[in-house]
Design a protein around this ligand. Structure first.
Ligand SMILES: [Zn+2]
Length: 374
């Protein structure tokens, strides 16, 4: 076994996240855990088959027991739009322009836009950072958001398949050849990225002419805080969580966690009933300290566990500081003063939130049936 492979396997055993993207023709035939891996697949199939990649990356440490992808682990850093019309691609272009004028421009969002090479366009709106939603609401959140945008901006050509596939959708890879579905040979058109200016100015014939040149061009994404905010606020609306401009995204994500989690709020912690932290949660803490990173959901698991175990603010502070190795910022898990709890910890104490159930921990791949905890 090569050294790399050895490291990868031992990582998998430690349940550390390892992200990959699916590759398809369009049937999903490979999982690529690096850009190089994806490029190898493209090299092999480009010009022979239509080349697709999953819009999102997924965590292999949380794959299903049969090795299938757990789509709920998708890292939500973008929203992908697929505009399609079998008869008239001009209608797609009109929808793309309408969406840019009415949604992107007012919010100062720069989308990524691609002519697929067939009869349609693809578009991405990129978030400033991944949105750390609870796993079980990711699929519906993306789906409902696309449905809402389709309706609000009357995007008739926005494809319902892309909406329904949500976190598991596959997109055509930029700068790969479009293969005729009837003859099975290249049509001479390449999946090509265009700037917003080009999309607004050039007509369909001009865009196709450029897409036949195989420009090999890519335009870097412009991740947007407003795009992130707009999406998070929409998800809050779905779950009837009030929001104003004064609420931080992190605060709203915390509210979403509360509103959608199965944690019981009725159980109160008293000194007579202290629950020592479970081994699997301690391992989670150790893993996160080692990798210097933790997700919002992980932090909730850790915090509720430590509060239920009767940990003092100072001890909780020490644990989060060990994970992040930096002064407590405004994320709310710890402050610059070890004696003053972060507001998330305050919230857990004041609402006497219960720690996560074993079932929930298993569902989140933190605990397993084999774990001795209860
Ligand atoms: Zn356990």
């Amino acid at each position: 076994m090569s050294k790399d492979r050895h490291i990868r396997n031992s990582r998998r055993r430690n349940n550390r996240p390892m992200y990959y993207r699916e590759f398809g023709i369009p049937a999903r035939i490979a999982k690529c855990d690096s850009v190089e891996g994806l490029e190898k697949q493209i090299e092999k199939y480009n010009g022979k088959k239509n080349c697709y990649a999953s819009v999102y990356v997924f965590d292999s440490s949380q794959d299903k027991p049969d090795g299938k992808t757990n789509y709920e682990t998708a890292v939500l850093n973008t929203v992908w739009f697929d505009f399609d019309d079998n008869k008239d691609v001009d209608k797609c272009l009109k929808d793309v322009r309408k969406f840019i004028r009415r949604y992107c421009k007012p919010l100062k969002i720069t989308p990524r836009i691609y002519l697929t090479g067939g009869k349609g366009f693809q578009m991405n709106i990129d978030f400033y950072c991944p949105v750390d939603l609870p796993q079980h609401i990711k699929r519906d959140s993306i789906k409902e958001y696309l449905k809402h945008l389709k309706q609000k901006y009357v995007l008739k050509t926005l494809d319902d398949i892309c909406i329904n596939n949500s976190v598991s959708c596959m997109r055509r890879i930029v700068n790969t050849a479009y293969i005729s579905k009837i003859e099975g040979t290249p049509t001479g058109v390449w999946c090509t990225q265009f700037s917003v200016d080009e999309i607004m100015k050039l007509d369909i014939a001009q865009l196709y002419a450029m897409a036949m040149e195989n420009t090999k061009r890519t335009i870097p994404p412009e991740p947007s805080k407003k795009a992130l905010r707009n999406f998070v606020e929409f998800v809050c609306d779905l779950h009837k969580i009030e929001h104003t401009v004064s609420h931080s995204v992190d605060y709203l994500l915390n509210k979403l966690d509360e509103a959608t989690s199965s944690i019981s709020h009725s159980y109160s912690i008293s000194n007579e009933y202290i629950k020592p932290p479970r081994e699997c949660v301690i391992k989670l803490i150790e893993r996160n300290i080692e990798r210097g990173h933790s997700s919002h959901e992980n932090n909730n698991i850790i915090s509720t566990e430590l509060v239920a175990a009767g940990y003092k603010n100072r001890d909780i502070h020490f644990i989060f500081e060990s994970i992040y190795d930096e002064p407590g910022g405004d994320w709310g898990w710890y402050t610059s003063n070890p004696n003053i709890a972060g507001r998330q910890i305050e919230l857990i104490r004041s609402k006497a939130l219960n720690r996560y159930s074993k079932d929930k921990l298993i569902q989140l791949s933190i605990c397993t049936d084999k774990c001795g905890c209860v």
